[in-house]
Design a protein around this ligand. Structure first.
Ligand code: ADP
Ligand code: TRP
Length: 321
């Protein structure tokens, strides 16, 4: 089964990204033919600084590689290295009703958040459809916020096939919901836009400062506490063993435990959890040429698939005959 997903290059990844998406992407490698790419064309829709696009692309690549993305098995590339996808996006645009895009909530949400209402942002789901269809993807693992884009992809693929013949595989979504939303240090969803994140490879001192400042209630030390309403416990669940978690749960409920104590342990556990990957991350940082080679090799393998499907779609639409 071909599994495909795109990751926006939005800077150093945080533990919400890891437990909410990356961990599942990495796990899927064992059983499937995975295609993962850094969606740098999509990133342009929010008008980032050029130097940020470049640096963030490298950062996300290094994060994935350090955490175990296996480039022998998985095809991993930078979206803009296979520009064929843009031509397919045009072919798809011409069978996409404007109303279908007008119904997409992410455009409206992003404009409401202050992004410029540019055409790229509006047409974003068509490019995403091209990403998915040009690689004949069966399954697309994404967060719940992307479900509508996969439905749009299916709709566009069906319209194209009905118009020109059976060219595209109709993909399915695969909603990643194995973990609840990871809270940030202020208790809202951990997100780079809220500035409340704990980075995967955050240096210990900085991580400690953030974790010690996680928002908790003001129950006095001696009183019992509810672990299920605590942001620290929600993070502890991700990194502690079952036995240790049960022990902490007892200590919350019995009273006599201060939040400072459990926060200190959380710092240690987060550091231990990502420790095995830190050295690899540092090695990659010191060998950026290798990182670029990995992306170039991935692009070559991705392109080999993309050109074939694109040619079929072009021919079907009457181009280049
Ligand atoms: P951010 O909110 O920091 O901008 P993105 O929207 O780029 O993160 O998310 C990239 C992936 O990580 C998505 O699949 C998303 O579902 C997942 N993700 C991001 N933040 C969290 C979180 N706090 N909890 C669980 N998953 C998350
Ligand atoms: N829109 C996705 C996001 O913001 C990223 C993305 C681009 C993507 N193209 C894709 C995801 C194709 C899955 C398949 O997270």
């Amino acid at each position: 089964m071909r599994v495909l997903s795109g990751i926006q290059p939005s800077g150093r990844l945080h533990i919400g990204n890891f437990f909410g998406a990356m961990r599942q992407h990495l796990k899927l490698q064992a059983e499937h033919d995975c295609f993962y790419f850094i969606a740098d064309y999509h990133a342009l829709t929010s008008n980032p600084k050029p130097e940020d696009v470049a640096q963030h692309t490298l950062d996300v690549t290094m994060d994935y590689l350090a955490l175990g993305l296996d480039t022998k098995k998985t095809v991993f590339w930078r979206q803009s290295d296979v520009p064929e996808v843009l031509e397919l996006a045009w072919l798809l645009s011409c069978v996409t009703p404007k109303g279908l895009l007008e119904r997409c909530t992410s455009y409206k949400d992003k404009v409401a958040q202050g992004l410029s209402a540019n055409h790229g942002l509006f047409a974003y789901p068509v490019l995403q459809a091209a990403d998915i269809l040009i690689y004949k993807s069966d399954l697309v693992p994404v967060g719940a916020d992307q479900k509508q884009h996969i439905e749009v992809t299916r709709d566009i693929a069906i319209r194209f096939n009905n118009t020109y013949g059976e060219i595209f595989t109709i993909p399915k979504d695969y909603i990643l919901e194995s973990v609840a939303v990871v809270p940030g240090i202020d208790g809202r969803k951990m997100s780079k836009s809220y500035n409340n994140t704990i980075g995967i490879f955050e240096p210990e001192k900085a991580a400690k400062k953030k974790i010690m400042s996680i928002v908790t209630d003001s129950t006095p030390v001696e009183e019992p506490k509810n672990p299920n309403k605590c942001n620290v416990f929600a993070l502890l669940k991700l990194v502690a063993s079952a036995e240790e978690l049960a022990e902490w749960e007892g200590r919350y409920r019995n009273g006599g435990m201060g939040y400072g104590e459990v926060k200190k342990r959380l710092v240690e556990l987060i550091m231990e959890y990502f420790q095995p990957y830190r050295q690899k991350r540092t090695e990659l940082e010191n060998n950026v040429d290798y990182v670029r080679e990995v992306l170039a090799d991935g692009a070559e393998r991705a392109k080999a698939v993309a050109v074939k499907i694109l040619e079929q779609a072009r021919q079907a639409a009457g181009l280049g005959r």
